[in-house]
Design a binder for this molecule. Structure first.
Ligand SMILES: [Zn+2]
Ligand SMILES: [Zn+2]
Length: 323
């Protein structure tokens, strides 16, 4: 842990309230279905939960395995940081092999996760012993509270997912930070940031400083409707997170469930969210039911954002109505 400088800014992570487990599961199944629908429309085979060792270069120090989800590998002269684990240990091992090919000799291996959902965080057992796992405190609280439930939900989806998640061992991170940590990989300083709740309460943003590359998890996507998981953030907190992200002035953005793009994805995410939220609030004021609002807005926005692969806004409209 010599190369980690933890900059502890602000107070301890806030505790979060729990909604009903049934709600949580329903919402998570919905989340999975939405991801599934997007995957069907996407060009890079996101529906296949088996990752490959193939990488594409995103910026000077950043490579990506494109899949479900996209995995980032950040390589410096002394260390390599992997962002997200894939669905279960078999995928974790695939990623670790890909990372080894990109790593400097004797590089230390670090692993972090954008949020606690199984395709992002359930594969850590596939990484070699000695891998340093880093996670923010709020995300770890979510993992402790809901990690096992989500593994059960994902395992029940089909036989392949069940097998991939069979040997999952959710280990305790080596480093838990509050809201701002820095990892020096040698020639590449990386910030791990917790800006507040968005898709989940513990979403982490990863910013590779020399490249100005943002690894954005579910928080900034490319032409993808935002989705707030049960017990996640709120539309207002997500917008506040986007404002903090905008101040990073990213040049490249690598989302986890859509195609990489340039820094304009941050403003695009914000503009879409404002548009959807404003429309939903107007319908709410008019007394339109949440289900009718979702139907109307899905069709209105499909026409306006015609190049988006899917426009299922029901989950986000519910979040706006609940605000
Ligand atoms: Zn997720
Ligand atoms: Zn995901």
């Amino acid at each position: 842990m010599r190369h980690i400088k933890l900059a502890l800014v602000g107070g301890p992570p806030t505790l979060f309230g729990h909604s009903a487990i049934a709600d949580n599961l329903t919402q998570m199944v919905r989340h999975t279905l939405i991801v599934g629908a997007l995957a069907a429309a996407a060009a890079w085979g996101q529906q296949n939960p088996l990752l490959t060792e193939d990488t594409v270069k995103i910026s000077d120090h950043v490579w990506a395995i494109m899949g479900f989800p996209n995995i980032a590998i950040v390589a410096g002269t002394r260390g390599t940081l992997v962002v997200d684990t894939g669905l279960g240990p078999r995928n974790g091992a695939t990623i670790a092999r890909a990372a080894a090919k990109l790593s400097a000799p004797n590089a230390k291996l670090y692993l972090t996760t954008t949020h606690f959902h199984p395709e992002h965080a359930a594969g850590d057992a596939g990484f070699p012993p000695g891998t340093i796992l880093i996670r923010n405190g709020v995300q770890q609280q979510e993992m402790d509270a809901h990690g096992k439930e989500l593994l059960a939900t994902f395992s029940s989806r089909n036989a392949q997912w069940k097998e991939l998640l069979a040997d999952v061992n959710l280990r305790t991170p080596d480093v838990i930070y509050n809201d701002d940590a820095r990892v020096d990989l040698g020639g590449a300083s990386v910030r791990l940031l917790w800006f507040g709740g968005a898709h989940t309460k513990g979403d982490e943003l990863i910013f590779v400083e020399p490249d100005r590359t943002l690894i954005s998890g579910d928080v900034v996507q490319n032409k993808t409707v935002p989705n707030i998981a049960a017990d996640g953030g709120t539309p207002a907190s997500w917008l506040a997170v986007l404002d903090k992200i905008a101040a990073l002035n990213a040049l490249h953005v690598l989302p986890d469930h859509s195609a990489p793009g340039d820094g304009s994805l941050v403003a695009q995410e914000r503009a879409f969210m404002m548009d959807l939220r404003t429309r939903a609030l107007t319908l709410k004021k008019q007394g339109v039911s949440v289900d009718d609002a979702a139907k109307q807005l899905s069709s209105d926005l499909m026409a306006k954002y015609s190049d988006w692969p899917a426009m299922n806004v029901a989950g986000f409209v519910k979040s706006v109505y609940a605000e």
